[in-house]
Design a protein. Sequence first.
Length: 284
Amino acid sequence: MTFWEYIKQAFNGFGWSDVLELAIIASVVLFVFLYSARHNSLFYTYVLAAMGLIVFAVTFADLGSFNVILLLLLLILYTFGTILLFNAELKRDVFKRSWKSLLHTFSMSGEGYDLSEEEVDANIANIVKACQNMSKADVGALIVVVRESISDSVLESGTMINAVISSELLETIFFPKSPLHDGAVIVKGNKIIAAGCYLPLSQEQTLAKELGTRHRAALGITELNPTVTAIVVSEETGIITAVYDRQIKRYLDGQNLTKALQYAYNMELPSSRDTFWGVDGHAE
């Protein structure tokens, strides 16, 4: 039997019950796919895609009752995997949020900010100015620039700000006596979304000993979400460091910090980004 003959046979006698069954399965798959993508578990989305291919292949092979057993096994494994991997997120989203908020969670890209080139340049200039001022004053800082989305658990660990970026506000947040100075600032578009946020610490064993907790947190968030760029100002040395996709670039002056932020705002071509960050993992 050819592929097209199989498809034609499969749709013979296709009734409303089959349509309903197909809609339910598609809804569950889409639900899990968007949820895992929203929470930056790209590996899990790949597993879902692979399982879909396996199910299709087994169905096409027409293995009789073995189809049902395999489908049930995959469904059970995937259900347990979802519960284990997203235990905290599921409890928060299901029990602590309104349905409106829950539905909003399934947006893969989150809130978008359409900015002109001039607005992006102004944002970058404010961040660069703040970092240079804090570097001179030996004030520590950790700024995460988000291009698409970031885990809700990161945002909820801090204080929501939703204020327009300015160098003065950034310096005020990281002032040593500020209640938010120990955490990270999350930036998206032209807004400071949150401050005082706690980031996951990288367990990388080869990280240089002179790099402190802020650097380990910056590396950790880029391991979790490779689309973000983290900027660190060391309070001990004043050295400015950028971290992107597990790559580290230190001793940044104003020009190179501007380049790193341009890539963070997706203003440069991928080839230029590769040239700036290097191809050997940890660019210095």
